[in-house]
Design a protein around this ligand. Sequence first.
Ligand code: COA
Length: 228
Amino acid sequence: MKAEQQATTDLRIVGDLTVLRSKIMDDAEADYSWRVDPELAGLDATRPVTLTFIEYMRYHRDDVNYPSLWSVRIAIDTLDGRHIGNCMYYDINPDKSQCEFGIMIGDREYWGRGYGTDVVKSALKHIFTSTRIKRVYLHTLIDNFRAQKSFARAGFNKVREVKRDGYEFVLMEVHQKDWTAAHPEEHPTTADKVLESATSTAPTSQAASEAGSNLRQHQTDADPLPGS
Ligand SMILES: CC(C)(COP(=O)(O)OP(=O)(O)OC[C@H]1O[C@@H](n2cnc3c(N)ncnc32)[C@H](O)[C@@H]1OP(=O)(O)O)[C@@H](O)C(=O)NCCC(=O)NCCS
């Protein structure tokens, strides 16, 4: 748990257009406005959150204070510090050395201007150089062409189409070996132990465990798809 907390608390990745950083309490208001937005929820194949802001704050506080071993939530800022969205890697599976990736640029002013591609590139670099994860995959709705194009530009390849819960998705993936071959200048670091931590350590904090399960219980509709 300590390794995971250390890793996620210290997260700061500067790209060409964006900064990826750890979640903080001040993110709550923007996050909530994006979570209750029906269009954004629809693009994520979920339903909008129905919690009040006060209720949402409770889960947000738990998320910030008790990071999960199995998912890493990350805020997206512009280079000048404007919070425009979030991404996460989750369903971290130590046995398969893989995880799922999700992204939401909530601020529509920043769609279609290269920010998403920059985020995905930074996130893949972080995952493949700082964790033991070897495969990252994602599901995106079959008609979300902007997302598919952005993911492909950042290195994801289409695997197949997947039908689930009445939705049609495109499953995309990227393997570390292919990413490394395309980025020979990048070298692994040892700073982050995400997968090692998830492999070897059950949550040491009861509160952390409860926070995670409470959030899942109450936000099922807003949670990402389970892994393939
Ligand atoms: C999906 C998302 C992360 C993509 O980030 P982005 O910053 O908007 O995308 P980018 O500008 O980096 O790249 C989009 C690409 O799609 C193209 N594009 C933009 N709008 C498009 C559209 N309506 N149809 C097809 N292609 C489109 C752009 O031209 C660009 O391709 P190019 O670089 O070859 O020109 C972002 O739009 C977002 O978060 N949207 C809302 C939530 C969402 O859809 N999340 C994904 C759930 S899986």
